[in-house]
Design a protein around this ligand. Sequence first.
Ligand code: ZN
Ligand code: ZN
Length: 338
Amino acid sequence: MRAVRYHGPKQPLTLEEIPRPEPGPGEVLVRVGAAGVCHTELHFLSGLLNLGIAPLTLGHEIVGRVERAGAGVRGVAEGDRVIVYYYVGCGKCRHCLVGDEHLCDALQAEYGFISDGGFAEYVKVPARNAVPLPDHLGDEAAAPIGCGVTTAVHAAGRARLAMGDVALVYGVGAVAYGLIQLARLAGAEVIAVSRSAAKLEKAQALGAAHVLNAKEGRLAERVKEITHGHGADVVFELVATRETMTACTQAVAKRGRLVFIGYSEDSYTVHPIQLVVTEMSVMGSVGNTLDELIQAVDLAARGKVRTVVDRVLPLAEFQKGLDALARGELIGRVVLKP
Ligand SMILES: [Zn+2]
Ligand SMILES: [Zn+2]
């Protein structure tokens, strides 16, 4: 089968022929219908994220159809449309036992990270990781649910978003589009920040009450103006450069929560007095749980959350998609079709 292979940091991805995987007991073979390209792919290529496993098929936003089911598979059958939950925890550590499989101390698999992912014609996963997808959600539209929307569901939970909160979303991409819609559903008022007018226009269309162009500077001051001096109760930091981290920290309200989802080469530095006098909390949010994927699919199926797809490309044109993503010109996801 054809697959897009990663060979380590600063090496180009290559389209190759590799053997088609065989599903073992309890596993299913999924014929990939669509796979979204996430910003994480760029972190793999730059080396900022280096899990030391190569060669590897990238791609963790995977939608497809079950082609074959291994022995003993229940709950999902050949021909079913599914979306892949990309973590396989050990099932025994304290994190797995409470459902926080994404924090597992001994991950058994993580598709597109440490195990072969979805930029291929087929992927093999345990039946439990193949979550049913309703027919009215098409492959291309559903792919960004796998990480984009689901990571947003997780981060909104970490932030304990509440009715009446002001939620600032800094950096507008697939996770941000999810967060904007989820914040609205939770009864929060959204401020979206980006350097791109086109991305901000989309943010507004999805429910952001205020949009601020980062190029204009004075972010914290403008947030204080909008909120009558209060600041943002929750700030989702999706960019995390020195400049954006400073602005985000200053924009947080007293008792507010600053949630890091994105990261860059830069470190976060803050004087403790800023944390002390505001009683703000700083936290991280990574990935998502199986439960959250099921919630995200349900929200999308009921039309409560929409995904944003900029373009659909054949698998062989993966490089065009990565280049467009690196240039920051995408309004939503690139989705690859094998
Ligand atoms: Zn992702
Ligand atoms: Zn575990």
